[in-house]
Design a binder for this molecule. Sequence first.
Ligand SMILES: [Zn+2]
Length: 351
Amino acid sequence: MTELPEYPWLEPSRKKLLSGGDTHHCLLLSGGAGIGKAVLALELAQRLLCEDLEGEDPCKRCPSCHLVSHSLHPQLHVLIPESLIEESHPILQVHAQRYLDSGRSTQKRKPSGQINVDSTRLLSETLLTTVAAKGRKVVLIIGADAMNRNAANAMLKVLEEPTARTRFILVSSYPYRLPATIHSRCIRLDSPTPSEQETARWLQSRHDVDPDDLAILFRSGLGPLELSQIIEGQRTDTIGDLIRCCTDSGDKVVDPLALAALCTKIGTGRALLILQSIALVAIRERVRADSSPSPVVRGLFGSPKLALEAFKRLGVARERFNTPVDEQLCLEDICAWLCSAGGRQRLSPRL
Ligand SMILES: [Zn+2]
């Protein structure tokens, strides 16, 4: 049986969720990216489907628990955007296939970052036409903010007229992107992001990682699960190069093509996320006036105005990557802007 990983920082949320009963039919689980919300949602789904609860926990022995653990439960319905599939837990990956295949063409293309209306309609039809032999149906929507407008409208109809004994769990790191109409149907639980010290303890218990490398990785603002994947994939050096290139670069001129090449090596989507996270860290550091300037504000995002503009532009660039744009052109464009704006900042530091 596949055991679900445990994340100590999610323990308070887990206790609250598992002991809270199931009084509401739709839960919105939010919190920082890469902290393990999807796994917590999966555990809650297993609890809702369990036929023989052990106190507040799923028994992990009944037929329903076995079906969930073996990715075979017919009444666990999972929607995930294709772009998040690879980094999802294997149980979620397999359960999500039934809705992913619906809109997939045979042509090779980049994974979609959206949950489209075809998937949501197929979910709606499946909920209407299948009968839960006993127990419930549970719908998990991981990355719920990735629903495009049509998908969100179709989902709203499902939430407004839910099929019998159906529970919905929406998971989102960016809940403000969800329409207010969806929000109004949900009760929301925010999970806190672990502190740097807590993340360091957890990472060091799993990996042999140099504390200096870890200090550099923390500048990225990424969550513990993403950092763990980076260390596991032995990409610490490459990611470290990108972070060093944009933080603590002092008066060094950053070459846009070199920056773009580094992003391509890392994977453009993840690289843009790291750059946007660094811009956010720089903005936060500037807001906290009491803190002494860290390497983050001695680099490309040194001026508050530039950090804010970079955060917005990187957000737009990340959105554009979910559409059929020329990826390389878009990457070079944002890198050219970052390096040129960074250069102007050096000439006029109070920009
Ligand atoms: Zn069970």
